[in-house]
Design a protein around this ligand. Structure first.
Ligand code: PFF
Length: 453
């Protein structure tokens, strides 16, 4: 156990798991996915997936982790199902793939902190040039991966989790302040309408698939991150209330990030909302202009602090992403933790190079896939993101449910949950969780997987 580090108490786990969940997914990808998915219709599907389908998967992951005290692959085997072991692997691979591109975006956020600190508000309109500068952005990404590896290797994530107790509320307060500000901007109403009044004609299968992938990504589910973290939860802790807290916090933060963004988009586009669907650049192109409008001094303070706190939120997520493959090789290959960390961090950084190059620097990676008949090519980074988030994570969630219901059995799942939840047996939540893992999740997630293939 000492080789793996541990949380000192229940709060430690909740902070770490919330730190893992809250990150670029809430503030960077949620708004751009809503924008690309046509607004409120996406939001509704997203909420459905978070509360109805992801929540049971979260409880299950944490329960498996606490029961087995192992990494995902080892966990399936430890429960007596050697052939299910293979299920852990897609999770570990998703972790590696996600971190490879996530780290690049974290580098952008960190770079924007430095740009805004020097009052360079034009960076928003120069975003496409900024991400093409692979040496600069690569350096930021390298710094970020180094920081992540350092924290994981020292096993000091407890320290950053505790720091996040101050920093996260600061970020949330800032976003709330910006929500109030953006509601005062011209055309704010059009932005809110786009975000909150659904137009169901926008609801295609691919939008639903993206909403599902975004829900899993944002909640850090489907790859066993919470199996790994669950191995650190105390037997007397209530997994259900912990999972509910993490889900509510994560969804809440994404929701207010949307309230902040869309009035700003409306303001900048005179209410047409054109460009809301531009993709990964959304927050980076929109926010600097909004910060500039706060005036030179306030703009620098709020703007740089915002991106600094965003980088910090990303760091508590990259730490959890790196932890998954590291815990795997520490447990399975009996490599020393320290070595495992630096080896994995180096491999993942190298695997992120195509993503780094795919934002205009290399023609090959920038239009990696050109769909027949489509005028827009998909970059390598978008491709990696789509495959990992929209296909692998929900598939992972589906398989975890199937495993829990049909191999491990709901009886054992229930017993594990009940350890820290005295009135659990026979409660509504028990019935719902059992229905979800045995029928709802396998059916819906499995069908979505086949349809989106
Ligand atoms: N949930 C993180 C975010 O929203 O930024 C990303 C993430 C972290 C995904 C850890 C998966 C994971 F295991």
């Amino acid at each position: 156990m000492s080789n793996r580090g541990s949380f000192s108490n229940k709060l430690g786990f909740i902070l770490a798991a919330a730190g893992s969940a809250v990150g670029l997914g809430n503030i960077w990808s949620f708004p751009f996915e809503v924008g690309a998915g046509g607004g409120a219709a996406f939001l509704l599907v997203y909420l459905f997936f978070c509360f109805i389908l992801c929540f049971p998967v979260m409880v299950t992951e944490i329960a498996i982790g606490r029961k087995t005290q192992l990494n995902p692959a080892g966990a399936y085997e430890a429960l007596g199902f050697k052939k299910w072991r293979i299920l852990g692997l897609p999770g570990i691979i998703s972790g590696v793939v996600i971190l490879s591109f996530y780290n690049v975006v974290a580098g952008w956020a960190f770079g924007f902190f430095i740009e805004l600190l020097t009052g360079h508000f034009e960076i928003g309109s120069q975003f496409s040039t900024f991400i093409k500068d692979v040496f600069k952005v690569g350096l930021y990404a390298m710094v970020f991966m180094f920081a992540t590896a350092f924290i994981v290797s020292k096993g000091v994530s407890g320290g950053i989790e505790r720091a996040s107790k101050i920093l996260m509320p600061t970020l949330i307060t800032m976003i709330l302040g910006l929500v109030v500000y953006s509601l005062t901007l011209d055309h704010a109403f059009e932005g809110i309408k786009f975000y909150l009044v659904p137009d169901f004609s926008e609801l295609t299968l691919s939008v639903m698939g993206n909403a599902m992938g975004q829900a899993f990504f944002s909640l850090s589910l489907g790859m066993g991150a919470l199996i790994t973290y669950g191995s650190y939860v105390g037997k007397n802790d209530n997994i259900v209330t912990s999972a509910a807290f993490i889900t509510l916090a994560d969804v809440g933060i994404a929701f207010i990030a949307g309230l902040m963004m869309f009035p700003m988009v409306a303001y900048l586009t005179d209410g047409t909302m054109e460009g809301a669907g531009q993709g990964a650049g959304l927050i980076f192109t929109v926010l600097p202009g909004a910060f500039e409008s706060l005036g030179p001094l306030l703009g620098v303070v709020i703007g740089s602090l915002f991106f600094l706190l965003l980088s910090f939120a990303a760091l508590t997520s990259t730490v959890s992403l790196l932890e998954v493959p590291v815990a795997y090789i520490v447990d399975e290959k009996k490599i020393k933790r320290n070595r495992a960390v630096w080896i994995m961090a180096t491999i993942i950084f190298v695997l992120g190079i195509p993503s780094l190059l795919s934002n205009g620097y290399s023609g090959f990676f920038s239009s990696f896939i050109t769909y027949v008949g489509a005028e827009n090519a998909t970059s390598f980074m978008d491709f990696a993101q789509n495959v990992a988030n929209d296909t692998f994570l929900p598939l992972g969630g589906c398989l975890i449910s199937i495993f829990a219901a049909y191999a491990w059995k709901t009886k054992n799942l229930n017993e594990e949950i009940a350890l820290g939840y005295p009135n659990y047996m026979g409660s509504f939540i028990q019935k719902y969780l059992n229905f979800a893992v045995t029928i709802l999740c396998p059916l819906v997630l499995g069908t979505m997987f086949l349809l989106t293939l």
